[in-house]
Ligand binder design. Structure first.
Ligand SMILES: C[S@@+](CC[C@H](N)C(=O)[O-])C[C@H]1O[C@@H](n2cnc3c(N)ncnc32)[C@H](O)[C@@H]1O
Length: 734
């Protein structure tokens, strides 16, 4: 999981960025957030344009505008970390405890923090607070609540995500066996949701489904790494391509041929003007013009078009923007339906989210220019000087068979959210270019058969081999070269881009026998799915991927720019007393624990686990004498031996597995500080001693440094601790 070394020379290192950030915190803040208060939330052009587009019923216009001018409430969802943990967190959110997260009940407006369950989000897992992020961050009264959200988000147990942004993955209806492509994925809140859906069947720790999460921006790809890492999935691959010319993702089929993968689900959350996010980013009020949307229409169309090319027939694609503008929304969808000659069709998703309020998609809109905000009725009305910006294909066709009303436009006042647009389409048949290819191949095969028959009969004829038009139906490719989408020239990979290799274990892997024997790993573990990121030298971290992810990684060498994959399972610790050089990694436990033998597993009860978690520093571990006699006896046995082990709580409602370390006469939990507080909280223990009130503490605390990470605004955060150079023995708790 390391970032390319050569790349490091061209960028600031993670440590350097972190240092600078910490120093900047001490300087008086002159950032945009402060200036946001001074921004006048008004733009006459915006109002005139959107009134002409009729995106909102006239009677609701004022309340929509009023809502757009207010700060955005904070939303979060409880992730599908594991069903037991998710339920335990839900009961915390629903309990009095959550209200008590407000420090000062007297002075705060208590009702503001009562979380509101979003009725359209499944299983009560989506919540909204009547507080903006700024309210929570800046007010001492909410510091406990702030820490709760930061910590649980950092541990992957909650996700702080805009309410409307949670909708596209829900409508995609992702199943655990689906191959999903997320084309414009960073910072990755929707990717995280998709990964959770792939893992929804808890009984299968290594699902057959997978997610390829892509972004054109290399730095933002590391935000994706961070998101995926929080979820500990062996089923995610992060790639770095321009989605409009994304190469085919190859895999090796059962016949040993490399063929392009056709995805079951594709998410196109495209770059957009973002005028639906004005409540969060008020500076958009000052920059808004109709040209912004016109200029993005082209790239938005090219991305979704490429998405449809990579989609399987029968598969679904979700197109979304956080823009209210029909030029970025319905006009793109209409163009797609027209140019694919109906090979994709809008799906009626209204029954999937019955409690969600939205406006149906428009079937009429008016492309506009800066000097005509009321818009043009037809291309003929557009002055020549705007012809490069306003194109004929942007005008509505008015064809009712397109069912543009099946698109969803979420208006800010409808349920106090940001503005958003979503359309879900199904690929009902191959694209015209794909069909041509299929027909040509069929003709070629039939000609070949005739030719062979003729040859056999001695009446041979000439038969032309069909020219390749570049369409990428799932035919085998002779060897590895992939094809770019039709009529696009192959783009050169950026100079200086280099990731560490993905080196999968072979049967000769020298470090494996000691690990296998120490943890009694079952032979059913596909050991060829274990990998490291170094070709030579000491292996420090061993990752695990699903078999299909491995297949893709190996089939796409030299084809795809793969930034990251795999979940950390074993970490070198070189402790002289331990007979195996690798400890278990908490991150990989959910994938690996069913393969680990009984020898290194210790059943503990709730009280014991709380004691162990509360005494987890290397300096003050839990003495074995403090445990029940049976636990002490098991851990104290000579043949148990010093080293890494698995602590298991087997409560029906809250099964937990935690990496532990058995010392000479003690035991401790080997988890990160965030996980430690999370587990204690779930177990109902007091966590106040871990709470840091940043208002009391001037010194920059670790949680403050993590704050922006949790808010998805930090870049490169994942690269540091995933580098192969990670310190070999971590302290269990900071
Ligand atoms: C709206 S954001 C995506 C948000 C993301 N889906 C999420 O839920 O966190 C758009 C993303 O598209 C990326 N992007 C812009 N142009 C792109 C392109 N041509 N190909 C791929 N990604 C692109 C941007 O870097 C940005 O991260």
């Amino acid at each position: 999981m390391a970032k390319g070394r050569r790349f490091h020379n061209r960028q600031k290192s993670f440590a350097q960025k972190r240092r600078e950030k910490s120093q900047n915190k001490e300087k008086p803040r002159t950032d945009t957030r402060q200036n946001y208060a001074e921004i006048v939330r008004e733009n006459k052009d915006f109002e005139q344009y959107y009134k002409a587009q009729k995106i909102c019923p006239e009677a609701e216009w004022d309340s929509m505008l009023e809502s757009l001018k207010k700060d955005l409430p904070t939303a979060f969802r409880i992730t599908n970390c594991s069903p037991g943990e998710a339920k335990a967190l839900l009961s915390i959110v629903e309990s009095k405890f959550f209200k008590e997260l407000v420090n000062d009940q007297e002075t705060s407006e208590e009702e503001k923090v009562a979380p509101i369950c979003m009725p359209w989000y499944p299983e009560r897992m989506g919540w909204q607070l009547q507080l903006s992020r700024k309210d929570i961050r800046r007010s001492q009264a909410y510091s406990k609540l702030h820490q709760f959200l930061i910590l649980e988000t950092a541990g992957g147990n909650t996700s702080r995500q805009e309410a409307v942004s949670m909708i596209p993955p829900l409508l995609l209806d992702v199943q655990t066996h689906h191959k999903v492509l997320d084309m414009c994925a960073a910072p990755g809140s929707k990717t995280a949701q998709i990964i959770e859906m792939i893992h929804a069947a808890d009984s299968n720790p290594v699902p057959s489904g997978l997610v390829v999460a892509n972004d054109v921006d290399n730095n933002r790809c590391y935000m994706l790494v961070h998101q995926a890492k929080r979820l500990n999935s062996p089923c995610a691959i992060i790639t770095n391509h321009d989605a409009s010319v994304m190469p085919n993702v190859l895999y090796t089929n059962e016949e040993g041929q490399k063929v392009p993968m056709k995805f079951d689900r594709v998410l196109c959350d495209v770059p957009c003007t973002g005028d639906g996010t004005m409540r969060k980013n008020p500076d958009i009020w000052t920059k808004w013009t109709p040209s912004n949307g016109n200029n993005l229409h082209g790239i938005q169309y090219r991305i979704v078009k490429r998405g449809v090319e990579m989609l399987a027939v029968g598969g679904k694609i979700a197109y979304s923007t956080c823009s209210l503008n029909p030029l970025e929304d319905e006009a793109v969808i209409q163009r797609l339906i027209v140019e694919t000659q109906g090979a994709v069709q809008l799906v009626d998703v209204s029954q999937m989210v019955p409690a969600l309020k939205y406006a149906p998609g428009l079937s009429h809109w008016k492309p506009a220019s800066k000097d005509n905000l009321d818009g043009y009725n037809s291309f003929e009305e557009v002055p020549e000087k705007w012809h490069t910006q306003v194109r004929p294909s942007m005008f509505p066709t008015g064809d009712p068979s397109f069912h543009l009303e099946r698109c969803l436009r979420l208006l800010p006042h409808q349920q106090d959210t940001g503005g958003f647009f979503i359309a879900v389409l199904e690929k009902v048949r191959p694209l015209p270019s794909e069909q041509t290819k299929i027909d040509r191949e069929a003709a070629y095969k039939s000609n070949l058969a005739t030719e062979q028959e003729a040859a056999a009969n001695g009446t041979e004829e000439k038969c032309d081999v069909p020219a390749d038009d570049g369409a990428d139906v799932a035919e085998p490719l002779a060897s590895s070269p992939s094809r770019e989408p039709p009529s696009k020239k192959r783009k050169r990979q950026p100079q200086g881009f280099k990731e560490d290799p993905f080196v999968f274990f072979t049967e000769e892997e020298v470090v494996w026998p000691a690990i296998r024997d120490f943890y009694e790993i079952s032979p059913s573990l596909p050991t060829d799915c274990l990998l490291t990121r170094c070709l030579v030298g000491k292996k420090k971290i061993i990752y695990f991927t699903s078999p299909m992810v491995k297949n893709i990684i190996q089939a796409n060498e030299g084809n795809l720019k793969i930034i990251n994959t795999g979940v950390k399972c074993f970490v070198r610790c070189d402790n002289k007393v331990m007979s195996c050089a690798f400890r278990l990694g908490q991150e990989g436990l959910s994938s690996l624990k069913s393969f680990i033998g009984e020898k290194r597993k210790v059943r503990v009860n709730r009280e014991e686990l709380i004691t162990i978690l509360n005494n987890s520093t290397p300096e003050h571990p839990t003495d074995l004498d403090k445990l029940r006699p049976e636990t002490k006896q098991l851990l104290g046995r000579d043949d148990f031996g010093i080293g890494s082990c698995l602590l298991e709580l087997q409560e029906e409602d809250l099964p937990l597995s935690i990496v532990g370390w058995r010392g000479k006469s003690s035991v401790r939990a080997y988890v990160s500080g965030n996980d430690l507080v999370h587990y204690l909280r779930l177990l109902g223990a007091d966590v106040t001693k871990f709470e840091v009130n940043k208002f009391d503490k001037k010194k920059t605390s670790e949680s403050e440094l993590n704050e922006e990470d949790a808010e998805n605004k930090e870049t490169n955060s994942a690269s540091a601790d995933q580098a192969e150079g990670e310190s070999t023995v971590e302290s269990a708790v900071a």
